[in-house]
Design a protein around this ligand. Structure first.
Ligand code: MRU
Length: 339
């Protein structure tokens, strides 16, 4: 099976480069990331986004920071604390930074840090492949699927999480139709997911989020398939705003709900979604989607970019270690996290 997937980032042994996702699909522009400050800003500004891709970027950024600081471990540790906070919801960021810190605490030098960053990257590529195989096997031939946000190679190190499952299921001739939410306000669906499906040769219809209920009512969807930014000990899922609405709709229409996430996205130390910090972004993102440069006087906007889907609304969590079915227990989540 040939992959035609895009790349979110490149590391050439010296430098990190990020494909600027703010400009896609209109323009494919690679940005050099020479230092930690530029990496933190790129993560915050969504040059790179998607939980696993953010984690991999952070790992390489830790190498850049170690180069900047030489032997000054205290300054490097302070930088690691700031890096881990660049975006609060995606736990892969904290996970990757902790792994880099562990290497340094064991006396690892610059070469050891780079080897760890490459290993985090390679591990995500392998996890993506395993999840694609496992997730696709759950889908019966003749199915229609709906996905949300962007979970492909732009959001990961490899073929993606949910999008990797869908591409594989399409090639295995299990799917009759693929739908993607446009994913307001940043339009990860209509800009990035549509572009990735186009590159992969998978026909896809983009819908506004509000069309999902009608699509399910007409019986055209058998699985909703999403990624995750964090999965807590009880199976609650933090993911792109609108995931919760889809899970409620799926339950109401007897549609399966599959969450696809590598073990680096599992957070068994957080008991439930109530403990997950939800990132709220600048309301300008909402106004710009409406074609406005600034809000109308006296009009406010609320822009939380993630929500919590209770684990009880899921049919399956697919990780590279296997498929979990509800009810999700802390011990099962911990085992899947490799702890
Ligand atoms: O704000 P984003 O674009 O970083 O949000 C991304 C998502 O919500 C994805 O669904 C999630 O990171 C899983 S991607 C493999």
């Amino acid at each position: 099976m040939t992959d035609h997937h895009a790349e979110a980032l490149r590391w050439d042994g010296q430098s990190l480069f990020l494909l600027d996702q703010r400009r896609l699909p209109a323009e494919e522009r690679w940005l050099p990331i020479p230092d930690l400050e530029t990496a933190i800003k790129a993560i915050q500004d969504l040059v790179v986004r998607g939980a696993p891709a953010i984690g991999i970027t952070a790992a390489y950024a830790a190498v850049l920071a170690a180069r900047e600081h030489g032997e000054h471990a205290v300054a490097w540790m302070k930088d690691m604390a700031r890096l881990a906070e660049a975006r609060p919801t995606a736990v892969n960021l904290r996970w990757a930074v902790q792994r880099m810190i562990a290497v340094r605490e064991e006396g690892g030098d610059l070469d050891a840090l780079e080897a760890e960053a490459r290993s985090i990257h390679a591990r995500d590529v392998a996890a993506n492949r395993a999840m694609a195989r496992l997730g696709s096997s759950l889908i019966l031939p003749g199915s229609g699927v709906l996905t949300h946000c962007n979970t492909g190679s732009l959001a990961t190190g490899g073929v993606g999480t949910a999008l990797g499952v869908i591409v594989r299921a399409w090639r295995e001739e299990r799917l009759t139709s693929v739908y993607a939410d446009e994913t307001r306000p940043w339009l990860q669906g209509s800009r990035l997911t549509a572009w990735e499906f186009h590159r992969e040769g998978v026909p896809c219809s983009v819908i506004v989020e509000a069309a999902a209920a009608s699509l399910m009512r007409e019986g055209r969807i058998h699985w909703v398939i999403t990624g995750a930014d964090r999965i807590t000990a009880n199976g609650d899922v933090a993911n792109k705003i609108g995931t919760y609405s889809l899970a409620v709709l799926a339950r109401a229409h007897n549609v399966g709900f599959m969450v696809v996430a590598p073990s680096s996205t599992l957070d068994p130390d957080s008991p439930s979604g109530d403990e997950v910090p939800i990132e709220t972004r600048d309301s300008g993102e909402i106004w710009r989607t409406a074609g406005l440069t600034e809000p109308l006087s006296g009009i406010d906007a609320w822009n939380p970019v993630f929500d919590i889907t209770p684990g009880e609304l899921l049919s399956a969590i697919v990780t590279e270690r296997g498929v979990l079915r509800p009810p999700f227990t802390e011990s099962a989540i911990r085992a899947a996290a490799g702890r």
